[in-house]
Design a protein around this ligand. Sequence first.
Ligand SMILES: *Cc1c(COP(=O)(O)O)cnc(C)c1O
Length: 417
Amino acid sequence: MYNALGISNETIEFVSKCEEECQAEFSKIEKACEYNSLKVLSSFHKNRVSESCFNMTTGYGYNDWGRETIENVFKDVLGAEDALVRSQFISGSHALTVCLFALLRPGDIFLSISGKPYDTLDEVIGIKDNPSSLKSYGVHYGQIDLLNDDFDYDQIRNYLETHQVKVIEIQRSKGYSTRKSISLEKLGQVIKFIKEIDSGVIVMVDNCYCEFVSSSEPTSVGADVIVGSLIKNLGGGIAPNGAYIAGRHDLIELCAERLTLPGEGREVGPTLGINRQILQGIYMAPSTVASALKTAILTSRVLEKMGYEVEPKFQEERADIVQNIVFRDQDKLIDFVRGIQEGSAIDSYVLPEPTSMPGYTDPVIMASGSFIQGSSIELSCDGPLREPYIAYMQGSLTYPYGKLGLMKALERMKRQK
Ligand SMILES: *Cc1c(COP(=O)(O)O)cnc(C)c1O
């Protein structure tokens, strides 16, 4: 059967050997998975999730019992005072945008302390000109880069002592950079530091790719508001779209009024029949995230043994589901990404080509053979064509499919040698 799929005995043996070395890491992942499952199940029970939650609303979406239950479940699972979970958020970037426009007013200062935020926010903030940016409304932007993969405490202190900052954004996952992702421990330290200098600053965390990787979320270490996408971790590979914002009740109310309209806020928003998928998605999410993590760990070990630099290494603690492989060679990066596409469920016969994308300076190559368009909790891999040619791989709905996808990628790399 393996051979029929184009996987050689040599590859099976090599990957199986690496897999054995990963067992201790896998059992840590299983523990976190069990704990997160416990959280989800408890919240289902507490909030009396029932079949009637799967009913849908149309039009304005008044009195959507299922939608309210979903938001209570997310609130509890994320350890937050409140949560807004909506399919009217078209992506994680949109939820981040709504959150920023909800919290900031003309003249306010917005500060990022984890370097430049995710690429899609360039035009939102006004780093790149756009007539609808925060900048166009008179919101000022400041940025402090990370220092040796940690926060630049001196600069943060200095900035906070000389500016009245309204919102600080921290992005945990690395995006298309080479830095490490930010652990909950480091996050907690910096939030404590910030609040000691200015307790009024709102700390907003971009939590994309990080949910359920460990057993708690940034709200437990003082984040005021956290944001994430449902076509990543918490959608469990089942939610068809949407995103969440969770955190302090007063801030969530502001976000709801910005998402819909002042005066109606969270009372409107039809669910059009997807409540069941969102509930089933968060129910599956602990396992889906565990599968993605195990796939990432195996990939890390395999590619490291083949002589490539990997980040994180297989035994390192992880803050997100993203695995970097540094190829230092354009063709190898392209082959690996094409191999992942070959090993995907959907469009496996399609050959990805590097193309330029809005918001990116270099051409990007992407493998995304997913059921849900652009879903990256499903097995996916991408990378900008620039030195040092890094592949960013993430996801897999199950570990066996992740392992098979990886083996297909190895075969493609062998063929192209
Ligand atoms: C994916 C991601 C986003 C944006 O999410 P989309 O749903 O793709 O818009 C924002 N920040 C980080 C760190 C991400 O990984």
